[in-house]
Write a new protein. Structure first.
Length: 299
């Protein structure tokens, strides 16, 4: 098994590195304890039954900014293939241009500022036009656009196209195909992550097994109860909008979207938690250059 970041070849599975068995056991013990304390907790305040997961459980599983959280540890381990892409590109070109489709600046704290500077990294963060765009600063630039139609950028405009937990939000299968096609087109390499459908805890609502229920059942639940830490909705239309805003993918579907990539499985307690598509650029020799963007991406 390859340790993330130690090889330029993507591993088949993202597991805990050697020597981390005790930490993993501690994570499992903490998770079980918190599940016992909070998993079945319910309360009735006259407005319906609320399904509640305690804040400590949320922090343990999803606290990217919390160093001791499981998500933070997985996040640090996950970026091994991305670091290999950055370092290979810098050796070849002396700079690294990244587009982060649907991303946020804080995510890139995974790369310390001195690392970005030493590798001459520039990061273009693209989000929908209705979102507030910060001013460009340091290595970051911000542009409006739709990840399913990046017609403001030519082929291979970036050394690396990156997306983290976005494709499951873009809409139906047709839009997912368009999103994947644009990622493959604008990036010489790409790194795309999405939660795995078969992990039992739905990662957006933090509600166990919710995403495995039929759509009609999920809509009904959202009209009558709080789901995880999402409040119930007052109408069927609102409930449908929430349910349809997230479409989790399994490995087979994800591989179909990114057929030219290696698909890695990130596991937690032996269960598939996330899927990561990694495509490395072909080696064209030292000093090769990528085409310049055609212009600003439009919505």
């Amino acid at each position: 098994m390859h340790a993330l970041g130690s090889s330029h070849h993507a591993p088949d599975s993202v597991e805990a590195p050697p020597g981390q068995g005790q930490a993993r056991l501690r994570d499992l013990r903490d998770a079980v304890r918190l599940l016992q304390e909070t998993w079945s907790r319910r309360r009735n305040d006259g407005e319906g039954v609320h399904l509640v997961i305690g804040q400590k459980m949320v922090e343990l599983l999803a606290g990217y900014g919390t160093p001791w959280s499981i998500s933070h540890r997985l996040h640090r381990r996950r970026i091994g293939p991305l670091l290999a892409m950055i370092e290979d590109t810098y050796v070849r070109r002396g700079e690294v241009r990244i587009v982060d489709v649907g991303g946020v600046e804080s995510y890139w704290d995974i790369l310390p500022e001195d690392y970005r500077r030493r590798h001459n990294v520039s990061i273009t963060i693209l989000n929908l036009p209705d979102q507030e765009m910060p001013d460009d600063h340091q290595c970051f630039s911000f542009v409006p656009g739709d990840g399913c139609c990046l017609d403001g950028f030519g082929e291979e405009s970036f050394d690396i196209a990156h997306s983290n937990s976005v494709i499951e939000h873009v809409g139906d299968w047709h839009r997912m195909e368009a999103f994947a096609s644009e990622i493959r087109r604008v990036g010489r390499s790409y790194f795309v992550q999405t939660p795995d459908f078969w992990f039992p805890l739905e990662p957006h609502f933090m509600a166990p097994f919710f995403h495995w229920l039929p759509r009609t059942t999920r809509v009904w639940l959202f009209m009558h109860v709080d789901v995880g830490f999402w409040s119930r909705r007052s109408s069927a239309e609102e409930a449908c909008q929430v349910v349809d805003s997230i479409r989790l993918l399994d490995r087979r579907s994800f591989r179909a979207l990114f057929s030219d990539a290696d698909v890695l499985t990130e596991r937690l307690f032996g269960m598939p938690k996330s899927l990561i598509a990694v495509r490395r650029a072909p080696d064209r020799g030292r000093g090769d250059t990528a085409p310049a963007p055609r212009g600003t991406a439009s919505g």
